[in-house]
Design a protein around this ligand. Structure first.
Ligand code: SF4
Ligand code: SF4
Length: 160
């Protein structure tokens, strides 16, 4: 298997992971960008991120672009060369978060999730909309909350 040559700046584990993903397959065709809902609204430029990841031309302690991905996987489905950009972005995010680079709202969402079982607030508007769509009231049982607390603890998600 051909290995990716990365410049210094990315952690060794990340280099290994990216090599295993065979990022060298990326021919910079750009097909992953037009299918990206984030790119369509001025967000992440997927092809460019793949280019920067394969050359090591990114500072993970401050890169903001990787956080604009909404994890829809459309890019990975589109890529005909099996590069799996969404997974690459996930690895980049993991490494960035370990360096303290992660959006503040992620921590806020996690706090809400840990306390209520949901990552968005239950408001009068959400209740009204659910009623209009004939959806049942949102309710998270104590058993589910207990399971959630165990998951957060075992994955050390709480450290966020
Ligand atoms: S990740 Fe795939 S679709 Fe995107 S530029 Fe590279 S080869 Fe093309
Ligand atoms: S997974 Fe991220 S980068 Fe890929 S298409 Fe979706 S939003 Fe864009």
């Amino acid at each position: 298997m051909r290995k990716v040559a990365l410049r210094p700046g990315l952690e060794d584990e990340l280099k290994d992971a990216l090599s295993q993903l065979e990022l060298w397959r990326c021919h910079q065709c750009g097909q992953c960008t037009p299918v990206c809902p984030s790119a369509r609204h001025g967000g992440i430029r997927t092809r460019e991120v793949m280019e920067r990841a394969s050359t090591g031309a990114m500072d993970l302690s401050m890169d903001q672009e990787i956080w604009k991905c909404v994890m829809c996987n459309s890019c990975s489905e589109r890529c005909q060369l099996g590069v799996d950009p969404a997974h690459v972005i996930t690895l980049l995010r993991n490494a960035a978060a370990q360096r303290g680079n992660r959006p503040e709202h992620f921590a806020e969402e996690l706090k809400l999730f840990a306390s209520s079982g949901m990552s968005f607030p239950r408001t009068g508007l959400t209740r009204k909309m659910r009623k209009e769509f004939s959806l049942p009231e949102l309710d998270v049982s104590e058993g589910t909350m207990e399971e959630l607390r165990r998951l957060i603890s075992s994955t050390r998600l709480g450290r966020l």
